[in-house]
Design a binder for this molecule. Sequence first.
Ligand code: GDP
Length: 291
Amino acid sequence: FSRIKEGLKKTRDGFFKNVKKLLSFDRLDENTLEEIEELLILSDMGSETSQEVISALRERTHKGRNPTEVLKDVLTEILDIPYEQKTGKPYVISVVGVNGTGKTTTIGKLSGLYSQQGKRVVLAACDTFRAAAVEQLRVWSDRSGVDFISQGQGADSAAVAFDAINHAVSKGKDVVIIDTAGRLHTKSNLMEELKKVHRVIGKAVQGAPHEVLLVIDATTGQNGLIQAAKFKEAVNVTGIVLTKLDGTAKGGIIFAIVKELGIPVKYIGVGEKIDDLKPFKPSEFVEALLS
Ligand code: GDP
């Protein structure tokens, strides 16, 4: 919790600190509500979501409830959307997103998290066009002591995924994490490639991919949201990883993302180190933001 709080320092010390101050006033009049709405919009929450929060604040505080507690409830409700948790062995996770969002780093951290839980992990380097990404992933796999499957530069990414899954099945591994390509300039090919990888994975293991994590860089604000909508259109995204929350004061973007995409956040990135990826819990996040 303290690490999450520290990671949210910029967002907490900026807009949300002022929101908290305004909420501590005796009377929550219309002017104060308007000021709060402006702060929420400035935090990148989006105008629609901000308005919804303000309406809820207005209504629920009328019943005499503590404004800060009401805000915590409303924000938690926005983030807390239900999802189905699939299972499988191997459990196959496909990680998608635009280059630069922190995809490789997230996969490294994720393999660390699973290893810590005693799970045996295989990493698949399916972004076969970026030699540097493959090497970076290899370094992460060495660091967390997990298996690493790659082929030469330009190899077919679906073939690498297939290899990794066969390796996992034959060795009885628990989790396969797949790093996919994220070249933005060839978008339609990229989406076709992702679909192909997922088709092949689905044929190799029933129900796979069990999780499709979309990595979004919190510092890119609305742009990140536009990218995300494109991925959502092409593949069945089951969860969001919001990275670099430590690098922005506009962490309110998380509410806009969940609200607009209707996809739950599964992990947040709050730094560059291996243990800086945190499983996401809505109430804990809101508590860290407003405490
Ligand atoms: P990729 O191109 O999407 O694979 O991106 P990388 O994994 O190479 O990450 C790009 C940069 O973002 C690297 O310098 C990472 O260390 C950094 N990064 C990734 N996640 C986080 C995070 O949660 N916080 C911070 N501060 N930096 C991050």
